[in-house]
Design a protein around this ligand. Structure first.
Ligand code: SAM
Length: 297
């Protein structure tokens, strides 16, 4: 049994950060190959890939299973604003920013994902600026301009040096720029479940187990997860506006992969307010609203 969504573990910035060695070049190649093999959410529909029906089904399933995303992104709020999305994948959020009237620029390391994202914009007659490359070196391939929103959902924990991405993002920020970022949560139901089920309780193997089992496709080369303290350390160049948790996946995975949505027995009996309470404490998605640090001149 494999987790269906995207996935976690190891903190960066400070002593825990992965060091920048020649080896990291090959790690980023592995990350690119991994997401090229199976772009995120590509199996969210059984319709022919690249058709309007396919993209509509992908979107419906994504926002059905992860209903907190539209609330977090607030697509309508960015009408007429410049949005930079880091790690667009196949573009489910990107297209919604564009539909809402934002001026959208997207970046992804995976060419396969970016091609599908481009196709999606073509199918719906919308425009964006598309860039293929490693966000750790963003300013080497995306013209440096100031954006109103820098958005990244489920991406930066998959790159070998997340701190480099946050350093790069600063160049695209003016004082009023908002950052909305999702990073995986270390203290989450999903991590506990993986340790319990796959590790037979071996919590000291958490990083390894989560890296192996948290994604739909096994073997994600890089997957970190963060405590709130870890997020603050990683994003020390930013002011935190708000940080919260959301998203516990409640469905039976054997049914979910067949597009059926049946809750697992132990969640089925929980009153919804209790389940929501649990999601806020042990959700897999750490949702971060931040701004560049205001500096005294
Ligand atoms: C879990 S998917 C999320 C995609 C999209 N944000 C979504 O929510 O559907 C992670 C994405 O991050 C991209 N990615 C990973 N490391 C990256 C990097 N260093 N630079 C740019 N994109 C990266 C991958 O190619 C992949 O498309």
């Amino acid at each position: 049994m494999r987790w269906p969504a995207c996935g976690p573990t190891r903190p960066a910035r400070g002593p825990e950060a992965v060091s920048a060695t020649a080896e990291s070049t090959s790690v980023i190649d592995q990350v690119r190959a991994y997401w090229n093999r199976r772009p995120c959410n590509i199996r969210h529909s059984t319709k022919p890939v690249g058709t309007r029906e396919y993209f509509d089904e992908v979107e419906a399933r994504k926002y059905f299973v992860e209903p907190h995303i539209p609330k977090f992104a607030e697509f309508e709020r960015w009408r007429g604003k410049k949005v930079l999305e880091i790690g667009c994948g196949i573009g489910t959020d990107s297209i919604n920013f564009a539909r809402a009237g934002a001026d959208v620029t997207v970046v992804d390391l995976s060419d396969e994902s970016l091609e599908l994202c481009k196709k999606r914009f073509e199918v719906f007659g919308l425009k964006a600026n598309f860039y293929s490359g490693d966000a750790e070196h963003l300013s080497e391939f995306v013209p440096v301009e100031k954006y109103d929103l820098v958005y990244s959902f489920g991406v930066i924990h998959h790159t070998p040096h997340p701190e480099h991405v946050f350093d790069q993002i600063q160049r695209y920020c003016k004082p009023e720029t908002e950052l909305r970022v999702m990073l995986y949560s270390k203290w989450s139901w999903k991590v506990f479940w993986i340790i319990f089920v796959y590790g037979k309780g071996a919590f000291w193997r958490a990083d390894e187990l989560v890296a192996r089992y948290s994604e739909a496709q096994t073997g994600s080369p890089v997957t970190y997860s963060y405590s709130f303290g870890g997020v603050r350390r990683l994003m020390s160049e930013y002011d935190m506006v708000k940080i919260s948790k959301d998203h516990i996946f409640p469905y039976r995975i054997d049914k979910y992969v067949n597009y059926e949505y049946e809750w697992v027995w132990y969640f089925r009996w929980l009153p919804m307010p209790v389940f929501r309470w649990l999601e806020r404490r042990l959700g897999w998605h750490t949702l971060i609203w931040a701004r560049p640090k205001t500096r005294a001149s």
